[in-house]
Design a binder for this molecule. Structure first.
Ligand code: MSP
Length: 497
């Protein structure tokens, strides 16, 4: 039986269009999904949209639309962006779908029935015009930090989930499972939070009269579900929870949840406790990567500094964007987005290293062997090929497996570029034109054959990262003959500033 692998992105809010930040998480998930498929796993790759709550309701009102009509307009824009980026998701979940609503209501009813929910008083500082609750710390001087008008103390009756009951269990679980939360710095952050604070019970409802856009509580139609409680359950509803036991057993809990650090706490505190309460195991891994920034600031819709991935694709191509995002910044750290940095990677790693290797190899094969691919005789390879190329060819799959297990995209890519570098060096030290002059045809055949083998390995291993480039290379060397096309990455001449 195949091993299974489940990977998720956050479900994105649809109050705006997807930007590079959203694309980043989604590309990373896509890369893992493609890699695991290639290694024979049964993969389920889930993405989707988070469609309830105050933010969406407000955005819809601003456009004069009902919330559902509003989200229905935005969803195709997300799907279009993912299609353009060649995102190979298996499922796209929307929290307004019946399968999700049913799962959330089942979840809530089960918690109520087993005594994990209770009705209580919610007290908070509320800004009526902004329709947002603030903590005392945030509402300095009793003023809304956004619009600077006075906040009101509001009391409403709501349902609460007893998180505190599970705090000791969660702390112990995290301590005993060092790979559960990654990277390490995030794990430590969650551990100290749990050690230093007593968890407050989570208010999981909103009165329908104040905020109507949500999933009604099955036992109290006057309340709708708090949007985070609703949203997290998407990871289960996509697996057919609670009915589809087969799918659930297959993919839960062998899941990696990807996200940025902004939503770490919801995923590492609320979510495992919610799962524990319904009798399910925590997810295998939660990985929180860093933020793409523009200058000093996080890229975000509210700051108005977003880069649209579709514009970037139009300018540089899909694979260049994918490569840049995964190669430039260690997964887990913040990074500053800049086109200059992207052009530098393009001209260096892609045009000079990879593009040149492919083009030179195909050109030589065309010139020396009329595009026919010579046979490889491993036993008579020269010392450089035996010592520098063969071991790399053999080790790369294992190195990539290991690196991607840790979500270390850079190390995985570096192992491919190690082979590219060695092959380029091989061309320089071998000087094939001399072999030709000296009529050393056997050597020349082997030289070209091993280079084409290198390209084959590169195309295979690059596929999860750069699917288009990988298939182009495969098509160029697919049959008995090579088909030299245009250079893959013609250098970009930088504009003078
Ligand atoms: N709807 C919630 C998630 C619910 S998951 C059960 C949400 N949505 S969001 O639209 O705000 O998306 C946040 C996620 O988008 C981040 O966790 C990250 O995956 C991605 N990013 C958004 N901006 C980003 C950057 N500037 N940089 C990196 N990732 C970014 O939160």
């Amino acid at each position: 039986m195949n091993k299974s692998f489940y990977v998720t992105t956050p479900i994105y809010y649809v109050n705006g269009l997807p930007h590079i930040g959203h694309a980043y998480t989604t590309i990373a998930a896509d890369c893992l999904a493609r890699h695991k498929r290639q290694r024979g796993f049964d993969v389920y790759f889930l993405t989707g949209t988070d469609e309830h709550g105050q933010k969406i309701l407000k955005a819809a009102e601003e456009k004069g639309l009902t919330p559902l009509a509003f989200v229905d307009q935005i969803i195709p824009r997300f799907k279009e962006a993912w299609k353009k980026l060649e995102i190979s998701y298996d499922d796209f979940i929307r929290t307004t779908e019946p399968r999700h609503i049913q799962a959330v209501q089942y979840f809530l009813q089960k918690l109520l029935d087993q005594g994990d929910l209770y009705l209580g008083q919610y007290k908070g500082l509320y800004c009526v015009p902004c329709e947002v609750f603030w903590t005392e710390k945030q509402a300095v001087g009793g003023l809304c930090p956004d619009c600077h008008r006075s906040v009101e103390v509001i009391k409403e009756s709501n349902y609460f989930f007893q998180l505190s009951k599970y705090q000791d269990w969660l702390l112990k679980y995290i301590e005993e499972h060092p790979d559960f939360i990654a990277p390490e710095s995030r794990r430590n952050e969650v551990l100290s939070f749990l050690k230093e604070n007593k968890l407050e019970d989570l208010c999981i409802s909103r009165p329908q009269a104040r905020m109507s856009w949500g999933i009604p509580l099955p036992f109290s139609p006057d309340h709708v579900t708090y949007v985070w409680f609703d949203a997290l359950i998407n990871y289960l509803s996509a697996l057919g929870f609670p009915k589809d036991e087969e799918k659930l057993n297959k993919f839960w809990p062998s899941v990696v949840h990807l996200m940025a650090k902004d939503i770490l706490r919801q995923h590492t505190v609320f979510w495992p406790i919610m799962l524990k309460a319904v009798g399910l195991n925590p997810p295998n891994k939660i990985f929180a990567h860093g933020w793409w920034q523009v200058g000093e600031e996080k890229m975000s819709k509210s700051r108005g500094n977003v880069v649209n991935p579709l514009d970037l694709i139009d300018e540089f191509g899909i694979d260049v964007c994918r490569y840049f995002l995964l190669r430039e910044v260690p997964f887990g750290l913040d990074g500053v987005f800049s086109k200059d940095a992207l052009i530098k990677r393009f001209n260096g790693d892609l045009a000079n290293d990879l593009g040149n290797l492919v083009y030179r190899t195909l050109t030589m094969d065309e010139k020396y062997f009329d595009s026919k691919i010579p046979l490889l005789h491993e036993e008579s390879l020269d010392a450089f090929a035996r010592q520098e190329l063969l071991p790399k060819i053999k080790n790369i799959p294992c190195k990539i497996d290991e690196a991607l297990e840790r979500l270390d995209f850079i190390t995985a890519l570096e192992s491919i570029w190690g082979l590219i570098g060695a092959a380029n060096k091989y061309i320089e030290v071998t000087k094939p034109w001399n072999l030709k002059k000296e009529n050393k045809i056997k050597e020349l055949e082997n030289f070209i054959a091993i280079l084409i083998e290198v390209l084959r390995v590169i195309a295979r291993e690059l596929l999860p990262f750069m699917p288009q480039t990988a298939s182009k290379i495969t098509a160029q060397i697919g049959s008995e003959h090579v088909k030299k096309g245009d250079p893959l990455f013609p250098r970009i001449v930088e504009e003078k500033k």
